[in-house]
Write a protein of this length. Sequence first.
Length: 384
Amino acid sequence: MRNRKKRITFLLVCYKVGGFETKIDTLLRNMDRRRIDPAVLLIYPHYKARELPENERERQRDFFSWPGVRTVELAARHRHDFLRIFRILGALKRLRPDALLFLALGPAPLVVPGINLLARVPRLIRVQDTVIDGMYPRVFMPLDRFMRHFTHHFITPSRFLKEIMVRTLKLNPDSVTVIPNGIDLSRFGGRAAGKAGRGALGIPGRGKVVGMIANLVPVKDHAVLLASVPKVLARVPGVHFLLIGDGPLRPRLEEEAGALGVRRSVHFLGYRSDVRDLIPLFDVLVLCSKVEIHPISLIESMACGVPVVATNVGGIPEIVRDGKTGILVPQGDPEALAGALVSLLENPRLAGSLGENGRRSARLLFSMDAMIRSFESLFQAPEA
């Protein structure tokens, strides 16, 4: 029995592809199957999927598919389909996992511990990839604090979020493990090959490029970047800004770019499946979010040797060391953001130095292998 594989079930919602989903995809495709026997409970929200274009639904279906991993799909027919609770319970009793891992998002922290208790799964692991404030109405905070007693361990990618969790949920710090996000470093390399791709995007071969990889949602604060664009162009004419990602704010941001007179310099590329091929096009990567936990886009860009400018918020300083591996600026300050971008665009030597330092830091601290080994060690812990 000592050498039996650990049966780990991942509870996922098939609706969007974000940082957490990418992380779990990496784990499922690369974990040591000699030690871990994974399964997936995939909740598919039909009521949300109907709102998506057909190509987006197909993309998500393709993403949430793993060869050799037992996957049980549970349909959520409408928003208040409470019967899904009993379907999850039945599936867990059939799978009989040693541990259940779930993402703390929306009502999940308030419901999943109870389901796990009824299913008698020995261990429940909560992954917290977002700030708690705003995750659900504050009136439910006491319930979350109560349900923590039925959660055996917590995982977060940053020390910043661990401190919030310990303080807000009254947790024992030893019950929270920080596992930084990691990437497959073999997929992110040099920058030279990317220059040829500028023509396909309508960008002159010699033009400077600033890229941002983020969904077009309020927390990413694209409006601050747009406000900085005229200031950058006044100092460094001919710069092009590539915004990779989609979201509900796209029409408003496109209108704002037009009102600022910079629409020809700002390119809204939408969702792209070839992000790793686009990053080498960047002379600078920018991330001006209001809050971030442990953004993978920064790690990917640093691994390619692209210098980064980011807001000094959340877990970003755990990735970017100001003046060493990138430049940190105050949140919500277009002047400071423009100044940092101009300093790198006008000073190739500084940009090259920060880019090379960032590459070394990413390869030393944020590898996929290190992340996977940390998860496996947690799964293999005696109490699991």
